[in-house]
Design a binder for this molecule. Structure first.
Ligand SMILES: [Zn+2]
Length: 244
């Protein structure tokens, strides 16, 4: 599997970059995981919107879904400019009816629901879910293909069930929206040291910190996670590519 970070900012995109979006590819299949603000612009450095095979969304906060509407516009326009004839499946949960309804648009995208307690297949990926601790229903994902596993926490406060869910993952794409000393703020998101604790407890192989804050020095996030976890730690960066 190859992962490309399309956007890694929490809340809103920094100038010229994007909030949450990741492109996951395996055997030619292109899956976009979350589609936040400015993702559509950044995505085009790597693939055309019409080349996507599927999209999956963790939840319906704007920094994860803001660009679904413009993705739909791109596909609609692609019908005329590129002869695009597909109908892109967009997977999301149905616990937000309005959010889910917006995934189906004309004949260019179709919303497909997943349930948190079911495993699904999208192209070559097997995907399992766990509901996270967040103000709106949100699902972390465990994606497996070719014998490798990526676990994406999506947005969440730390909770102990994440350890079993992430166990032995080849790559843990873990949100780290706060610094270690911000536990009081971290009711809906994780801190850097919690990301490190999760990585250690789950015995994962590589940790990528993402959903990064718009303040402080991100290298501090790494050093705080390192106090807990001795493995490799990488900061998410626009355009970062990792072979899993
Ligand atoms: Zn959120």
């Amino acid at each position: 599997m190859e992962l490309t970070v399309i956007g890694h900012w929490g809340g809103f995109p920094k100038v010229g970059e994007a909030s949450t979006g990741y492109l996951l590819e395996h055997e030619g299949f292109k899956l976009l995981i979350d589609c936040g603000s400015a993702v559509l612009s950044q995505l085009q450095y790597y693939v055309k919107p019409t080349e996507l095979h599927a999209v999956i969304l963790s939840h319906y906060h704007p920094d994860h879904v803001a660009d679904i509407g413009v993705l739909q516009h791109a596909l609609l326009i692609g019908k005329y400019t590129e002869g695009f004839s597909g109908n892109l499946p967009i997977y999301g949960h149905q616990e937000d009816q309005a959010g889910f309804a917006a995934l189906t648009y004309k004949n260019v995208t179709t919303g497909i629901s997943y349930k948190g307690d079911e495993s699904i297949h999208i192209g070559p990926f097997q995907i399992e879910f766990i509901k996270t601790l967040h103000p709106v229903p949100c699902y972390a994902m465990r994606l497996t293909a070719g014998g490798r596993t990526l676990v994406y926490t999506a947005d969440t406060a730390y909770f102990s069930d994440l350890v079993a869910f992430a166990r032995e993952a080849d790559l843990l794409l873990c949100e780290s929206n706060y610094y270690k000393d911000m536990k009081k703020s971290a009711v809906n998101h994780m801190t850097s040291d919690q990301a490190g604790q999760l990585a250690k407890a789950a015995n994962i192989k590589n940790l990528v910190l993402t959903h990064l804050p718009h303040f402080g020095d991100h290298e501090q996030l790494v050093s705080e996670a390192k106090e807990e976890y001795a493995g490799e730690i990488t900061l998410a960066l626009s355009g970062l590519k990792i072979t899993i």
